[in-house]
Design a protein around this ligand. Structure first.
Ligand code: NAD
Length: 469
């Protein structure tokens, strides 16, 4: 919906007034809402979603089905099958010193939530967090990215059809809309996007002490050890890198390959690109496009910068502005000051760096911000364990990439610069709830012996309590 500036506050207030009604909904009522959302996405609007994403950045239909629709549907199904347990009181143990009491945790909804999403997986990254927000019993205002307007328009229709706006509303528009929304005292903000905007969101949230989940990005390294099965590794890396045209937060951002297998890696990579996307990827129906001119220009500048600094292009490096096409690109011999080795690439360009020792790999990764994902291709357990032990990352895959996202039993998110908080399954539900502690006293317990007035006898009991209980 296109709301005007002064209606954001009205919308917020309507949800605020309604929050206890929504918060007190039963498991069955929440499941009903989730199923209605699932039906709209999977059945009623599947075709419109596919068309909108094709218009927005030529996203292939299969990728829409797998990375947008399927992932949300999977989140809904996973949530429905576990929600009853999550909503139950979680009983906890009672220490001896509190004999006569019992305690439990109640996951209560936070209240009115704001979900700001990026353009790269717009359906998945808007409705995925919404599933957790609904499961937890919140109301939510959604603000998808202005860069995929066709998809936002379809999502607005879905939201309008499935929900009352005093429980879920979707607001379309430019960055200014997010800025206006961020002035409101939400109970929780779930933001997915770049670290730079994440900082703006966190500052705005701090004004109201609003809690935040920040799902951010960064440079995800991919290590190829000399023990790796190159052919198997390449199959995954080429897929993971060029899926969504490289515009994936957990795509391999750059490769650290052992010096001894660099040439083998390059040859296998080139062959696999041709097998997946043909001799001319511009003609391939499996290869999408850069989302807009701004991002196209950013990526072309990064390529030009690498060319000026004498990098070696093994594949690609060319582009077509009219169709926002950038060829699948593999580049090595990059100087450390190149854009490609410093900024998150978020496009179909893969830099290679070589290494000769484990220490070199670990030190290089640790010299950068903590990545959202770190991938290790190796068949040497000691190497894998050392890398996991000596580095930090939001997630890691061994001998594959990107698919950790689709296991809803795993938390998904980064650490510091790559994110704060987690999404998916129970972890997403947790983000949208407050773990409320409830303690009930049943009978007089030993604590009564310690109430004032204090005396020598009570001092002895206090000492014994500290020592023994
Ligand atoms: P972005 O940070 O530019 O924008 C994200 C959202 O923030 C959009 O809805 C946009 O309208 C809004 N926004 C932009 N500037 C704003 C401002 N000044 N004030 C308030 N709101 C503002 O990110 P993007 O280009 O849409 O997405 C790419 C980034 O997102 C990459 O860094 C990528 O790694 C990251 N990402 C992370 C995940 C994850 O799950 N961790 C998933 C997808 C993308």
């Amino acid at each position: 919906m296109n709301y005007s500036n002064n209606t954001y506050a009205a919308l917020f207030n309507a949800q605020k007034e309604h929050q206890f009604r929504v918060g007190n909904t039963t498991y069955k009522e929440r499941v009903k809402k989730l199923k209605a959302l699932q039906y709209a996405i999977e059945k009623t609007y599947r075709k419109e979603i596919r068309e909108a994403l094709y218009k927005d950045f030529r996203k292939p239909q299969i990728e829409v089905d797998l990375t947008e629709i399927y992932l949300v549907v999977k989140e809904i199904k996973h949530t429905i099958s576990h929600l009853k347990g999550w909503l139950n009181k979680q009983r906890v143990d009672t220490p001896l010193s509190l004999l006569g009491t019992s305690s439990y945790i109640k996951y209560e909804p936070k209240g009115v939530c704001l979900i700001i999403s990026p353009w790269n997986y717009p359906v998945n990254l808007t409705f995925g967090p919404l599933v957790s927000a609904i499961a937890a019993g919140n109301t939510a205002i959604l603000k998808p990215s202005e860069m995929t307007p066709n998809t936002s328009a379809v999502m607005a229709k879905i939201v309008k059809e499935v929900f009352n706006e005093n429980e879920v509303a979707l607001v379309e528009g430019e960055v200014e809309v997010s800025q206006e929304l961020l002035k409101l005292p939400f109970n929780h903000i779930f933001f997915t996007g770049s670290p730079a905007v994440g900082k703006i969101v966190m500052q705005a949230a701090a004004r109201h002490l609003t809690s935040v989940t920040l799902e951010l990005g960064g440079k995800s390294p991919t290590i190829i050890h000399e023990s790796a099965h190159i052919e198997a590794a390449i199959k995954n890396i080429v897929w993971g890198k060029f899926l969504n045209n490289g515009q994936t937060c957990i795509a391999p951002d750059y490769v650290l390959v052992h010096e001894s297998i660099k040439n083998e890696f390059i040859d296998a990579f080139k062959l696999k690109v041709t097998q997946y996307y043909s001799e001319n990827p511009q003609e391939s129906n499996s290869y999408s496009r850069v989302v807009n001119q701004k991002h196209f220009n950013r990526l072309v500048s990064a390529i030009e910068d690498a060319k000026e600094k004498h990098a070696n292009f093994h594949l690609g490096g060319d582009s077509d502005a009219a169709s926002k096409y950038i060829a699948p690109t593999l580049v090595s011999n990059l100087s450390e000051d190149t854009i490609l080795l410093n900024d998150e690439i978020f496009g179909p360009i893969l830099p290679i760096k070589t290494y000769t020792s484990t220490k070199e790999v670990v030190d290089y990764i640790n010299s950068k911000e903590k990545p959202l994902a770190l991938y290790i291709y190796a068949n040497n357990r000691a190497f894998v364990n050392t890398v996991i032990q000596e580095t930090r990352a939001g997630s890691t895959c061994i001998n594959t990439n990107a698919i950790q996202y689709s296991n809803h039993h795993l938390p998904f998110g980064g650490s510091n610069n790559s994110g704060i908080g987690k999404s998916h399954g129970f972890f997403g539900f947790q983000e949208f709830t407050n773990a409320r502690s409830v303690l009930k006293k049943h009978t007089i317990g030993p604590l009564h012996l310690l109430f004032p007035p204090y005396n020598n006898f009570k001092e002895k009991i206090a000492k014994a309590t500290v020592k023994w209980f």
